[in-house]
Ligand binder design. Structure first.
Ligand code: NAD
Ligand code: TYD
Length: 340
């Protein structure tokens, strides 16, 4: 392993992975390949922009010629794919981009990677492929029951990755991370959205009864987990990277308001997300047996994250203009008008 292509490295988790890898492995060359969609942000990579072992190339993982060029130019031997359309609400409004990137893009990356003889391909996936888990904990061999266009597109990317291993003997590994929080997360996802809205004393649109449960993982633990599986995961295998920390949305919302010293009257119960999964929960036993451990405790991690958004308005304020406003109107205007 020497020259690593990190697709989607300008996003939330991909940029945490790059910041980690550039510092941890000076002997590797880390090449970020990113289309810079609305969620891609070069500011996320400012801490490594001067590092000698870091390079940036703009491009689309579904563009075969561009992928082939970057693999050749940097003599890539390893691919880690974070590139995705990643927001469930946007997948409900407009699924097309999810098929383009999370399905076709993954296929093109696999196919070009195989043609260029890369030695390992790591596909970053999600617990959402298992769907709603009423009780218990999802294990790697459980069946896929995706419920949103996002989850179905990620499941499709996984199936194609598996097929390239089974059919062509490609060395692939899959990671399934749980809901991730931390600095540099685009302010459409629950934690950064509610934190930045609360800072401005705007209403927080909580879907349904707010009792849906997610399993939370700090972004640095997610990044270290992908590094770990990339190095030690067995070819053809999938690994849950679970925070094993279940919290309801209302608990998290109350915490954010408490730490920001804002009134609970900001919480607005709005009509639910369509097809909203009630509970995600995974066991990380398989990754743990290999030696991976989550390090960040949830309360401390969430508290530090809320503080980061408080202290880094320069980062998120400019993201909440233009296209974001159009998305906000589409997603929330009617819901907030119907709020209880
Ligand atoms: P993100 O939306 O913050 O970032 C996605 C990145 O991919 C952006 O930089 C974007 O510009 C880039 N991208 C999108 N389409 C592209 C294309 N066609 N070609 C090249 N680049 C493209 O996402 P994230 O939250 O950092 O998630 C990263 C990965 O982790 C995704 O695959 C996601 O499914 C998975 N995941 C996320 C979470 C979570 O809670 N955020 C949890 C588990 C798994
Ligand atoms: P999100 O951050 O979109 O992640 P995911 O859908 O991948 O789990 O949402 C986390 C939870 O918070 C999910 O149950 C939906 C809920 N949620 C709200 O109640 N209101 C909101 O405005 C958002 C963005 C999410």
């Amino acid at each position: 392993m020497k020259n690593i292509l990190v697709a989607g490295g300008a996003g939330f988790i991909g940029s945490a992975f790059i910041r980690h890898m550039v510092a941890a492995y000076p002997e590797y060359s880390i090449i970020c390949f990113d289309k810079l969609t609305y969620a891609g942000n070069i500011d996320n990579l400012l801490p490594v922009s001067d590092a000698e072992n870091y390079h940036f190339e703009r491009g689309d993982i579904a563009d075969r010629a561009a992928v082939s060029r970057v693999l050749q130019r940097h003599a890539i031997d390893t691919i880690v794919n974070f590139a995705a359309e990643s927001h469930v609400d946007r997948s409900i409004l407009a699924p097309d981009a999810f098929i383009h990137t999370d399905v076709v893009g993954v296929y093109i990356l696999l196919d070009e990677g195989r043609k260029h003889g890369i030695s390992r391909f790591c596909q970053v996936s999600t617990d959402e492929v298992y769907g709603d888990i009423e009780s218990g904990y999802s294990q790697e061999q459980d069946r896929f029951l995706p419920n949103s266009p996002y989850a179905a597109s990620k499941a499709s990317g996984e199936l194609m990755t598996r097929a390239y291993h089974m059919t062509y003997g490609m060395d692939t590994v899959l990671t399934r991370g749980s809901n991730t929080y931390g600095p540099y997360q685009y302010p459409e996802k629950l934690v950064p959205f509610f934190t930045t809205e609360a800072l401005e004393e705007r209403p927080l649109p909580l879907y349904g009864d707010g009792k849906q449960v997610r399993d939370w993982l700090h972004v640095d633990d997610h990044a270290r987990g992908v590094d770990f599986i990339l190095h030690f995961g067995a070819a053809g295998e999938a690994y849950n990277l679970a925070g094993e920390t279940l919290r309801s949305n209302i608990e998290i919302t109350r915490r954010i308001l408490q730490w920001l010293d804002k009134p609970s009257a900001l919480i607005k119960y709005v009509p639910d997300r369509e097809g909203h999964d009630r509970r995600y929960a995974m066991t990380a036993a398989k990754a743990r047996a290999l030696g991976w451990r989550r390090q960040v405790e949830f309360e401390a991690g969430l508290r530090a994250t809320v503080r980061w958004y408080q202290e880094n308005e320069w980062w998120w304020r400019k993201l909440k203009a233009g296209d974001y406003q159009r998305y906000y109107q589409r997603q929330y205007a009617e819901r907030l008008a119907a709020a209880k």
